[in-house]
Design a protein around this ligand. Structure first.
Ligand SMILES: C[S@@+](CC[C@H](N)C(=O)[O-])C[C@H]1O[C@@H](n2cnc3c(N)ncnc32)[C@H](O)[C@@H]1O
Length: 258
C-alpha cells in the first residue's frame, strides 16, 4: 500500500498526523477498511472518501477508534478515587482535571460522578478533549446504551442517569461539570495547571517517540503533586526518566506538594 499517499490525504482532509501512529497496525487497519469499501487502489479510495461523506465519516471513526465505557476497568477507577481523596485539601483551590482523548464522554462523566460523590460542592473543573469532532457531539448529548454502563452500580445509575427504554441519559448535574473541547494530543498546545490528567487507551496507537513527547507535555501541564492516570495496558516503563513517581499501578505522580 502507498501509505504516504493516504497519510498526506488524511492530514489534509482531517488534520490527523498519521506519522505519529504505529505504522504496521495502522496500515493493516487502513487496508482492511479499503478492501471493505471496495476500493481498487489508493487513488480510488481517496476519490471514494472525497465523494461519499458517509464513507468518509466511517473511515474517520475507524481511524480514531472510539470505544469507551463508564468506569472502564472499574477496580482501577476505585483506586483512582482513593488517590483523588488524598488530593482534596480544604485549603486547596479548585481541582483541575483533564480527560484527554475522552471519546464518547463516558470517561469524563465517570470522573464527574466520582467528583460529585467526593465533593458535592463542585470544587473542581473537568475538561474533556478529543481529536474527533463527531464523537465530541455524541459526548455532549450524553446518551448511552446498556453496554456503555454495564460497570455502573445500580445506585449510581439511579442517581445520575435518566433511563428511557434502552437509553441511559446523563443528568444535567453531571453534564454541567464537564467542558468538551476539540484537541489533538500530537499537534495542539496543552493547557496547564492540571491536578489530574486521565489519558487512557489512546497512546497505545502511537510510536514510542510520540508517547514520550505526550508524557513530557503532560508533565509540564501538571501541578506538582498532580496525578496521571493511564490505561490498563499502558504502564509507563520509563516514568522516572520522565520525572514521574509511581502512585499506584496505573497512576503516576509529578513530585512536589499538593
Ligand atoms: C479508544 S478511545 C479511548 C477513550 C477513553 N479514553 C477510554 O479509555 O475509554 C481513543 C480516543 O482517542 C482519540 N484520539 C485518537 N488520536 C488522537 C489524538 N491525536 N489526539 C486526541 N485524541 C485522539 C480518538 O478519537 C478516540 O476517541
Amino acid at each position: 500500500m502507498d501509505f504516504k499517499k493516504i497519510e498526506t490525504f488524511v492530514f489534509k482532509q482531517y488534520g490527523i498526523d498519521l506519522s505519529a501512529y504505529k505504522s504496521k497496525q495502522l496500515t493493516r487497519r487502513i487496508e482492511s477498511f479499503m478492501n471493505r469499501a471496495g476500493a481498487t487502489n489508493e487513488d480510488d479510495f481517496i476519490l471514494k472518501l472525497k465523494t461519499d461523506p458517509n464513507l468518509s465519516k466511517r473511515f474517520l471513526d475507524h481511524l480514531t477508534i472510539n470505544v469507551s465505557e463508564f468506569f472502564r476497568n472499574k477496580d482501577l477507577f476505585m483506586d483512582l478515587e482513593k488517590k483523588i481523596k488524598e488530593l482534596l485539601n480544604p485549603d486547596k483551590k479548585i481541582l483541575k482535571i483533564w480527560s484527554a482523548a475522552c471519546s464518547n464522554g463516558a470517561e469524563p462523566y465517570t470522573l464527574a460522578i466520582i467528583m460529585d460523590r467526593l465533593t458535592p460542592n463542585k470544587r473542581h473543573q473537568i475538561i474533556a478533549t478529543d481529536i474527533d469532532k463527531t464523537i465530541l457531539e455524541v459526548a455532549i448529548k450524553g446518551v448511552y446504551k446498556p453496554q456503555d454502563v454495564r460497570n455502573v452500580d445500580k445506585e449510581i445509575l439511579d442517581k445520575y442517569f435518566t433511563i428511557e427504554g434502552d437509553n441511559y441519559i446523563v443528568k444535567d448535574t453531571i453534564k454541567n461539570r464537564v467542558t468538551f473541547k476539540h484537541h489533538d494530543l500530537i499537534l495542539d498546545k496543552y493547557e496547564t495547571g492540571f491536578d489530574l490528567i486521565v489519558c487512557r487507551n489512546v497512546v497505545i496507537y502511537f510510536t514510542q517517540e510520540v508517547k514520550n513527547q505526550i508524557y513530557k507535555k503532560f508533565y509540564e501541564a501538571m501541578n506538582p503533586g498532580g496525578l496521571l492516570f493511564v490505561g490498563a495496558t499502558e504502564s509507563i516503563y520509563n516514568y522516572r526518566e520522565l520525572g514521574f513517581e509511581k502512585a499506584s499501578t496505573f497512576i503516576y505522580r509529578k513530585p512536589g506538594g499538593v
